[in-house]
Design a binder for this molecule. Structure first.
Ligand code: SF4
Length: 168
């Protein structure tokens, strides 16, 4: 795992799972497997979250909720689909109300396979997500800096042209 400058906040949402993967994620986020030792913090607030952990498939009832949670998260953000249901729809794929995996609704960055996903695979997915989040944060910071420089340059140009206008 590369150097992490900020502790990413993690939000977990359980879609239409059988609760198998949901329980494994909870075990990973609590002291049983203690994923917090990698620097993450569990939160229930999407507006504070950096990493979204999704379990279960997408159905017509939860699709809007998943989309809204994703949209409420600030940029940069990372999405992890945990368990085969979140990856593809899994064993429920052919059910009348299942739309599919999480990527039918939000962009998924990391896929954690398994039914249920094993804790070591979930932790591996979280560590990959932390790495990716750090990379995106660095890119975002650079982008913001460059935008700031461009804005400064524009202000200077505007000031110069208004100074010239005053002189004339
Ligand atoms: S992948 Fe398996 S354990 Fe996980 S939610 Fe689906 S059916 Fe349940």
């Amino acid at each position: 795992m590369s150097m992490v400058k900020k502790s990413p906040w993690v939000l977990h949402y359980d879609g239409s799972s059988c609760n198998g993967c949901d329980i494994e994620v909870l075990a990973c986020l609590t002291p049983v497997y203690d994923a917090e030792r990698f620097g993450i913090i569990n939160t229930g607030d999407p507006m504070q979250a950096d990493i979204l952990l999704l379990t279960g498939g997408i159905n017509s009832q939860n699709q809007a909720v998943v989309k809204q949670l994703y949209d409420q998260m600030p940029r940069p953000k990372v999405v992890v689909a945990i368990g085969v249901c979140a990856c593809t729809g899994g064993v429920f794929k052919e059910c009348y109300n299942i739309i599919g995996g999480a990527d039918t609704t939000v962009p998924v960055d990391i896929y954690v396979p398994g039914c249920a996903a094993r804790p070591q695979a979930i932790i591996d997915g979280i560590v990959q997500a932390i790495d990716l989040f750090q990379k995106r944060s660095d890119e975002h910071e650079l982008l913001m800096k460059n935008k700031g420089k461009k804005a400064d340059l524009k202000t200077k140009e505007n000031n110069n042209s208004s100074d010239k206008g005053n002189e004339a």
